[in-house]
Write a new protein. Sequence first.
Length: 161
Amino acid sequence: MARDTYEIGSSPNGEPCAQVGSDGYEAQARRECQAYKNQLERAYPNMPAGMYLKIVSCSHDFGTYYDVAVVYNDENDAHNDFLWGNLELGCENWDAEALAELSIVEGEYRSPAQLGYNEENIEEIAYSSVVPACCSSGCQVEPDGKCQHGHPSVLLQMGII
């Protein structure tokens, strides 16, 4: 049996994810990957026998990153059909259960999307002298700064500056 692994991603397609090298990356990335793995299992419940999802760590020039991957038999038609017709599409946004799983507590990392920022509306704050940090406590920081909990500004997190 020929086993293969295909990386699906670390979070839904329309959601930002923890960034390699950022403070608290590993813990946040692992939480996001676990929530995404669980969501994918809910979204695609009829996975053929012998096919499964797992969290993988991958070395990169900028550090180790984490992803959800599917392990499948690349010689099995049912596995290939399920992967390329379903799982490969992933999910567009976090579902309600994943959002609950990623529940936010005071001082905890919060993604720009969880704070309501995306590529379409980030310009609202792009030229401000003080912007929100990726923090559940509502911290405000300079655009290139980090809050008292160690979380970057939304502009830093989104790679705008």
